[in-house]
Design a protein around this ligand. Structure first.
Ligand code: BUP
Length: 457
């Protein structure tokens, strides 16, 4: 009954790639009769985050929404980075003591808090003082987690990168240095590098790590992690994925897609925080045209959507835009990605391989052409390749540099993705496995139910 229902706080961090899985987790917990307090830090970085939060709150009125009003600090004192999302994380870090009154006044008292992977080290001291169990939601792959939790044991990544071309993480096959997120490869004075390493270390002190993946997709890595082969001090790791997209995640109508043949359209998006160069955009546009397929392309010109004011004709070029409009749909973000991926007309997804995008492609059985740009995306791409649900041309840019990948090459890879029946059938099988994982007796459901059971005692 509701008297004994556990009460849990959720604390996402900056950017849609972090907010989306938290909102979906909130819904999954509510569906299991858990009370949810959602704490978000304001002001948020992007318009997309504001909108996602308010539409979520109107769809789920049982959720208690709390605001963490960020301190205004001198940017000079903030983490040395010009990335607005990392700066925002740093503001949350500096404001984390303000969480204390929010958490301690919760009624009924909190059974646990779920903290984003980028906020663990900042939040742990607060939750420890209040004796609230602190769990982490890791918003990337299990393979990426192996790197995160070993990072504090690898003495100096930068030095290592100069000496070898592979990283040996215990219990794992060697990982090429060129897949490692560049932040890890900075020297020991680099704030961001130290912050990542510190969070990896702090995760060891959390009560448990929830991860948006599932057995059939990352079986070996999950097993190595849970058997203590990667690091013996790992707290319990609970795969709870795929966190299913929510019904209210809809956008403007997709009449154009409705008129297309099944599996005939290429969907192209590089996520919510990756802008590609204008030169590369033009090649991509030409590549889409010469692939012969129809397409839905979400163009991103600036890292943060608020800055993305320029007309597509200016960004892509008027002449090219005219030709593109004859064959496809070119839009600016925000689109409702899951609604697109689940549409029968979509036959393939050109993606930067942000973890949520991969999980959503799997959820909908859509084959992938991986084009990673930074961060965890190469590691994620390697999983796409290995599982056989997509292809990856490793020689393409990292990060997007000049010279741009040429249109003909892009067109050839798009054709390969769209015409490969084997990819399509593997993607379909993975979709089945994904849905089974969260069915009533699925592996992810069991993990989540056991966890909730702990909170009831
Ligand atoms: Br763009 C865009 N609509 O127009 P990732 C993204 N999304 O629904 P990222 C939309 O944002 P990180 C759009 O479905 C996914 O849930 C998308 O997360 C949604 O990449 C999320 O794929 C994006 O993980 O984050 O945003 O680059 O850097 O954390 O990987």
């Amino acid at each position: 009954d509701s008297m004994s229902a556990p009460h849990v706080a959720l604390l996402p961090s900056s950017g849609m790639g972090h907010l989306m899985p938290f909102l979906r987790l909130a819904a999954a917990l509510l569906a299991k009769e858990v009370r949810v307090m959602l704490i978000t830090a304001h002001p948020m970085v992007s318009e997309a985050e504001n909108e996602a939060l308010s539409s979520f709150l109107s769809a789920f009125d049982k959720v208690t929404s709390e605001r963490l009003d960020l301190l205004r600090i001198d940017p000079e004192q903030s983490m040395a980075t010009d990335d607005p999302f990392y700066r925002h994380i740093d503001l949350i870090r500096c404001s984390s003591h303000l969480l204390s009154p929010l958490l301690s006044s919760a009624s009924p008292p909190l059974s646990a808090i779920m903290t984003d992977m980028s906020l663990v080290s900042a939040v742990l001291p607060v939750t420890r003082a209040l004796a609230i169990p602190n769990y982490v939601l890791f918003t990337s792959s299990a393979r990426m987690l192996t790197l995160f939790v070993s990072s504090h044991r690898i003495f100096n990544w930068k030095v290592m990168a100069e000496e070898t071309d592979e990283v040996q993480i215990p219990g794992q096959e060697p990982m090429p240095i060129r897949w490692i997120p560049s932040s890890f490869l900075q020297d020991e004075n680099d704030f961001l590098r130290n912050y990542l390493v510190e969070n990896g270390r702090s995760m060891m002190e959390s009560e448990g790590i929830l991860i948006n993946t599932f057995e059939d997709f990352e079986h070996d890595t999950l097993k190595a992690l849970n058997d203590g082969k990667v690091i013996s001090t790992l707290p319990q790791l609970i795969p709870i994925g795929p966190l299913p997209p929510l019904d209210h995640e809809t956008g403007i109508g997709l009449a154009w897609l409705d008129d297309q043949l099944s599996q005939s359209v290429v969907y192209v998006s590089f996520g919510s925080r990756t802008a590609i160069s204008r030169n590369q955009m033009r090649e991509l546009g030409e590549g889409l045209l010469s692939s012969g397929f129809r397409f839905l392309w979400v163009v991103k010109d600036k890292k943060v959507d608020r800055d993305d004011g320029e007309e597509l004709d200016m960004v892509v070029g008027r002449e090219l835009m005219t030709r593109l409009r004859e064959r496809g749909l070119v839009m600016k973000s925000w689109v409702a990605q899951n609604e697109i991926l689940r549409h029968h007309a979509i036959g393939g997804f050109v993606t930067h391989c942000g973890w949520n995008s991969i999980v959503e492609a799997i959820w909908n059985g859509v084959p992938i052409l991986a084009w990673p740009q930074h961060g965890d995306q190469k590691i994620n791409s390697s999983l796409v390749l290995r599982s056989g649900i997509g292809i990856w041309e490793e020689r393409w840019g990292w990060p997007i540099t000049e010279p741009a990948v040429k249109a003909e090459k892009i067109a050839a890879r798009i054709k390969e993705m769209m015409c490969n029946e084997l990819l399509r059938s593997r993607a379909r099988a993975m979709k089945e496995a994904a849905r089974n994982a969260i069915a009533i007796d699925g592996s992810s459901t069991k993990g989540l139910m056991e966890l909730i059971g702990l909170w009831k005692n």
